[in-house]
Design a protein around this ligand. Structure first.
Ligand code: URA
Ligand code: SF4
Length: 205
């Protein structure tokens, strides 16, 4: 076995591939260093037959504590966008490119740290397994980290957002991350662009 076969999440994947088993197995993943400091694995959430799969970057502080994706400030932007785009929550499976929270400590505060390329690669087997089980029609790619994981290093969000891109049997639509809406100098404008991309995703399904 090549040395690299021991790296990453692949060797933690279960034989039986359904969401219950995947979630259980991901709880024990040690495919990269991130499990050491984080509270828990934050696996995806939603029904197996969802038409839409939404992929974020990684859990944030609140997601890490609560064990569910998009339950903090970015999740509130996302919820509003989904509702305004006419996408029902029951049609959505939500997950992240990286399943553990990456942070640095600043005093007692945990400051979000972008996952590295190696961490994104290490965690991709979980995302691929989720895609295979959920089998969505449309994959909404939220921000550059998810785009790197799913669409490769050549993909440019600024140029290619909002347009359908074949991804296996699904179509992917990329947009900015909801956290980027919150950080934008002009939030209303950023949100309008985000919503337009979500509407494009709704029309694609
Ligand atoms: N940001 C993400 O990318 N994912 C979450 O689950 C929360 C915040
Ligand atoms: Fe495993 Fe992903 Fe967590 Fe790394 S971030 S330990 S690959 S689940």
């Amino acid at each position: 076995m090549a040395k690299d076969d021991n790296k990453g999440a692949a060797r933690f994947l279960p034989d039986r591939r359904d969401l219950t088993e995947l979630r259980r197995a991901a709880g024990g993943c040690q495919g990269c260093e991130l499990f050491k400091k984080a509270t828990q694995t934050v696996f995806g959430a939603g029904p197996a037959g969802a038409r839409f799969m939404l992929v974020g970057e990684q859990p944030g502080d609140q997601e890490d504590r609560r064990g569910a994706p998009f339950v903090g400030p970015a999740g509130r932007v996302l919820d509003r966008g989904l509702e305004e785009a006419g996408i029902e929550r029951e049609e959505v499976y939500l997950t992240n490119a990286v399943k553990h929270f990456s942070f640095t400590l600043k005093g007692k505060r945990r400051i979000h740290q972008k996952p590295t390329a190696a961490e994104i690669d290490a965690c991709r087997p979980w995302l691929e397994a989720e895609l295979a089980v959920v089998h969505p029609q449309v994959v909404v790619v939220l921000g550059a980290t998810a785009a790197r994981s799913l669409l490769g290093t050549e993909f440019r969000l600024t140029r290619q957002r909002g347009e359908p891109i074949p991804l296996g049997e699904a179509l992917a639509i990329a947009t900015i991350h909801p956290s980027a809406v919150l950080r934008a100098p002009d939030r209303d404008e950023a949100y309008a662009g985000f919503l337009a991309d979500l509407k494009a995703a709704a029309d694609t399904a």
